[in-house]
Design a protein around this ligand. Sequence first.
Ligand code: PMP
Length: 390
Amino acid sequence: MEWMEKELELLSGASLERSLRESGVAQETPGYVLRNERAMLNLSSNNYLGLADHPATIEAMRGALLSEGVGAGASRLVTGNRFPYGQLEQALAEWQRCEAALVIANGYMANSGVIGALVGRGDVVFSDRLNHASIVDGVVLSRAEHARYRHNDMEHLRTLLKKYRNHRRKLIVTDAIFSMDGDQAHLRELVSLKQEYGAMLMVDEAHSGGIYGRHGEGLCHELGLHDQVDIHMGTFSKAFGVYGAYICGSRTLIRWLVNEVRPLIYSTALPPSLVVGISKALELVISDHWRRVKLFAVSQLFRSSLKHSGFIVGDGGSPIVPLIVGNNEAALRFSHALEEKGIAAVAIRPPTVPDGTARIRFSLSAVHSETELLDAANCIRSIGHQMGVL
Ligand code: PMP
């Protein structure tokens, strides 16, 4: 095992080693996280709507724990498909205005399993270069040809669609909001290319589900494109504040996936209490539109304040705000300096992002106040000056 020590030394020398840090709930200060016994403003959480500690969800889960027990005991296809699943999947299909829905344990398993159910050897997947790692892994596992197009470059995608036009099945897959940059996929163009070249289209709404659309249905709905998308995927771990993932689409699609998605078939069902918690969170996502309004208002304020200071923050308009630092070591130092000032915001480095684009990835929440964020932006500006990033 000596090789491992050597590899770790190399990672550490390049400021690329990762380690696990303890984080706790900062009681009575929503939007904060406990680190080293200190409450810090949490600008690195995906709890976009502030639902992760909602009393109604906690109460629903507590009740379900008492009535349903702690575990499902088997996979869904054996005896783990407990009653709360049916109710949730029906509510999801109604919310997404699709024929059917399927709950899968988490977003990583959904992407890594569903792609392999749709395509295999002799097929091709067209995937944006900045798509999430779970999509990349899904394509690799599927054994289909992997045609990666330059980020949001529709002309490059068209060239690849032409090149692979004789492959059997074709799948275009994209994040709706890109997780490390916060910008949007060009969904209208993707829909027309899919139609022109006879491909299926799968959209990952991990960072847009719960956030876009009048009832939080996602970006496809907000743009009026939901009928044109074949496979809708989203997670319950971010805006919903819970855990798990969904796929929505036609009845035929869901029937097929139940037969083919390996992480669904060969893994134990989610604990029923969690499924009940997701159902409650879905009600809140639908009803609490004010959380989306607040989230976009504070995100806009924070982004424009950083931009105004002269930082490079990309051109997205979502609650994900990347502050590009470039160098790995400088990104780490920036993050440590923020932590000293009471702000938790992690450095994201390669291979999660391309070489030379290490960054601080801020993600905002409806629980943050304007004052907290403006104070944070001032603090970030002074660190930027000290470190020569500005
Ligand atoms: N897709 C995207 C775009 C993501 O950002 C993530 C989470 N980082 C996932 C999928 C995986 O979701 P989960 O955390 O539920 O496994």
